[in-house]
Design a protein around this ligand. Structure first.
Ligand code: FES
Ligand code: FES
Length: 160
């Protein structure tokens, strides 16, 4: 049975009919047309589907869409302002934190969530915050560098 799902999605209110069993991942990609959020393992193991729900990194493949009713959901499409990259996007771009790119939206959103709650994280805190995300290409070193650099940009005034 479908229910009305009202949500603040990437800063804009929208309302859709959503079946009880619709996953947030499928809502974002197939109903809202936001394909930046990736389907990886589809089982809570890889982090490719990470989005922010009220600023908290959340695996959208394990979250029912209806459970985010009335809440704020941000996807990778929300980042950046006036055509410029966000601090985290710049970090991944400039420090080569991305290779094939499939995992990148999930890492970027997990990192943005970290910097929103902790603008000056230690390396240990960065590693812990990205512990639910898997990358098969980079070896992670460049990803940690990217987030460290993003934190500096964020402290200099560029939103994460
Ligand atoms: S697709 Fe959600 S954790 Fe892998
Ligand atoms: S860049 Fe290819 S999986 Fe991470």
């Amino acid at each position: 049975m479908a229910k009305l799902l009202d949500v603040i999605l990437n800063g804009r209110k929208r309302v859709d009919a959503a079946p009880d069993n619709l996953l947030l991942l499928d809502y974002l990609r197939e109903v809202a047309g936001l394909t930046g959020t990736k389907t990886g393992c589809d089982g809570g193991e890889c982090g490719a589907c990470t989005v922010l729900v009220d600023d908290k990194p959340t695996l959208s493949c394990l979250t029912l869409a209806i459970s985010v009713r009335g809440r704020r959901v941000d996807t990778v499409e929300s980042l950046g302002e006036n055509g410029g990259l966000s601090a985290v996007q710049r970090g991944f771009h400039e420090k080569l934190g991305s290779q094939c790119g499939y995992c990148t939206p999930g890492f970027v959103m997990a990192s943005a969530g970290l910097l929103r709650r902790n603008p000056n994280p230690s390396d240990a805190e960065i590693i812990a915050a990205l512990g639910s995300n898997i990358c098969r290409c980079t070896g992670y070193v460049k990803i940690i560098e990217a987030v460290r650099y993003a934190a500096k940009l964020n402290l200099a005034g560029i939103a994460p």
